[in-house]
Design a protein around this ligand. Sequence first.
Ligand code: GLY
Length: 371
Amino acid sequence: MNHNVRVNLGKRSYDILISEGLIENSAQYIVPLLSRPRVAVITDENVGGLYLDTLNDALSKAGINSDTLTLPAGEATKSWPYLTQSVEWLLEKKIERHDIVIALGGGVIGDIVGFAAAILRRGVRFIQMPTSLLAQVDSSVGGKTGINAPHGKNLIGAFHQPSLVLADISALDTLSKRDFLAGYGEVVKYGLLGNADFFEWLEVNGLALAQGDKEKRAEAVHMSCQMKAEIVASDETEQGNRAILNLGHTFCHALEAATGYSDRLLHGEGVAIGCTLAFDLSARIGLCAQEHPSRLRAHLKTMGIKTDLSDIEGDLPSAKALLELMEQDKKVVDGKLRFILAKDIGESFVTSDVNKSDVIKVLSHALSISA
Ligand code: GLY
């Protein structure tokens, strides 16, 4: 079955190809985009060790010269020093305006390489080859690129759409269970924000896809990318509705800051907990029935993904301190926090109309059960 998705953005439109063996078979999709037989590949130590030889073999068999830069794995790489290193390396390798840069890796590599491509010679094209579930369903699609600042995550960046996304489903086989499930947090988000049927499908098929069912994995990546592509096509630079893709993220970003962006909480785990808190808040202020957060919790627990604050090891700050961290979020407009809340599973919307006292009550309750 064909799972590919088209992102319709006029001249900046591109395809997301979703199937097994795409790294091995990548050359046939890359060649038509090249103006000369030459690419630059940036990856990280973990992914490079697993897939770089396969990619370079495929490129070399097609007569394409490739140079590779391997960066350290981990969130700390999304920073000025590695951005400088990447851009200077691309210049040293004489990557020209019409060449292509390939980002081979998870969300960190996709974000930093996309940003390097955005600013190199005022913009060169790039291809996303996402190897984590999180990157395949979210960060490699939609053109958000950037690095972190000491003031917070993703505060420095640019919108720069890739020319192609190659989501190789086989690459998900080498993810640890924890990394796979963290990516699943972003998958569930799509069902919650706009497609109750997809959420129901995940309730039925989630365990099978987590256990390795390739067809179901491809279907879940396809459904997620299809939803994201439609939202991005309608609001590329997040002037309005694209913000619903941030369901769970206002809580998530505060929790990531509170846990020092460490292994205590992976981004997708924070998204899953953040979605639960967003549904708790929605139920508290009477937007949705209490059965919706309960249904979400039940599914996340069945999957074995972090669901509640009690699933985060170690101490957490007070509700008031967490709210202060939320106020650092990029989504603050005129000093007012913006939340993505829900009227139902599959029916989310953006609002600034939330009383801080309700947020404090939801967080205090969540912290009290975790104490
Ligand atoms: N990850 C949210 C977005 O791309 O808009």
